[in-house]
Design a protein around this ligand. Structure first.
Ligand code: ADP
Ligand code: MG
Length: 321
């Protein structure tokens, strides 16, 4: 079922066009990633969906009702931004309880709800800590819990992971995706990180220069890019399925060795291409439970040292972060 629809949205800031005729739809329970380079209009679009800003032309529909001019407070959307935006003088518990208090809930129900959402983001043990006593990843989980506590119809996330270091980012990526599916909450997440979008999205909406250039599943967009921009921007990734989701792993996050080691996959070398400073290896998967071809980048030094040969069988493993 169509949950949200953006119809021919335009947004100008003076002479500058930030959005030009953007249309797409989001189904109930779907995780949509708005992907594009910095400055292409992602935040502007998210703000219009949230009701924090109004389009010059076009509309936003929710459950077939026009909400273009409905104030944010009447939308019941949960919003999380890149900067955690927690109240520094309130504990994690108080931060999450804040929105519930303004809804005039009873004290006991507030407590139950706060602990329920803290459990959902695995943070029960830090309820009494202040933001300054939490890591970036924990702060962002509190921000997520605060949004979820209000039982929103819709979750809007603006680059929620981009300020975190790589390892935490990958952890939180998987956790958020699992939670989103478990709660079945319709979500739009803005990101400029292709790997993040490919691994988290049910649907990707790719933008460039104020325009929507392609919308579709990660596999569709990856395998059938509509424009050279999309194919360049997405780049090369390895798609792997695990128990929970599809994961996209960049060639530079692959380790190669000549001998079998823990959890490694045997592959044969199909092609080697010099890319300036590194070699892009195209590898044929000899186990083939996963993708048939996989890609790995090796530095020029390593390439020279190992003296790889076409057709040779070697072993590969995906780095944890
Ligand atoms: P993204 O989130 O994709 O990085 P934004 O939506 O923030 O991009 O911005 C798109 C373009 O619109 C940028 O060039 C930005 O400078 C411009 N812009 C955004 N908000 C305003 C504003 N309030 N006034 C003027 N220009 C703006
Ligand atoms: Mg932005």
């Amino acid at each position: 079922m169509e949950h949200l629809k953006v119809n021919g949205v335009y947004k100008n800031f003076g002479e500058f066009t930030a959005l030009e005729d953007v249309s797409f739809s989001v189904n109930k329970g779907e995780f949509v990633c708005l992907l594009g380079p910095s400055g292409c209009g992602k935040t502007t679009l998210l703000r219009i969906i949230a009701g924090l800003d109004q389009p010059n032309k076009g509309s936003v529909m929710m459950n077939e009702k026009d909400i273009t001019h409905l104030p944010p407070a009447k939308r019941n959307f949960g919003i999380v931004f890149q900067s955690y935006a927690l109240f520094p003088n309130l504990t994690a518990f108080q931060n999450i309880a804040y929105g519930l208090k303004t809804r005039k809930m009873r004290k006991r129900s507030i407590r139950d709800k706060v602990y329920e959402t803290l459990r959902q983001v695995n943070l029960e043990h830090i309820a009494d800590r202040y933001p300054a006593q939490l890591s970036g990843g924990q702060q962002q989980r509190v921000a997520l819990a605060r949004a979820l506590a209000l039982s929103p119809d819709f979750l809007l996330l603006d680059e929620p992971l981009s300020a975190l270091d790589a390892k935490v980012r990958v952890e939180l990526r998987n956790e958020m995706k699992r939670l989103q599916k478990q709660l079945g909450i319709t979500t739009i997440m803005v990101t400029h990180d292709q790997e993040e979008a490919l691994s988290m999205a049910d649907k990707m909406v790719v933008m460039n220069n104020a325009e929507l250039v392609q919308a579709g599943s990660p596999q569709e967009v990856y395998e059938y890019p509509l424009t050279p921009f999309v194919s360049d921007f997405i780049g090369t990734v390895n798609f792997l399925e695990d128990a929970y989701s599809l994961r996209a792993i960049r060639p530079e996050h692959v380790e190669l060795k000549k001998d079998l080691w823990e959890n490694s996959i045997p592959v044969s070398i199909e092609n080697m291409e010099f890319r300036g400073g590194f070699y892009r290896m195209m590898l044929k998967n000899k186990v083939n439970k996963q993708a048939r071809y996989l890609f790995a980048d090796v530095s020029a030094e390593e390439y020279k040292k190992e003296q790889y040969e076409l057709g040779q069988t070697i072993y590969m493993k995906f780095q944890e972060s």
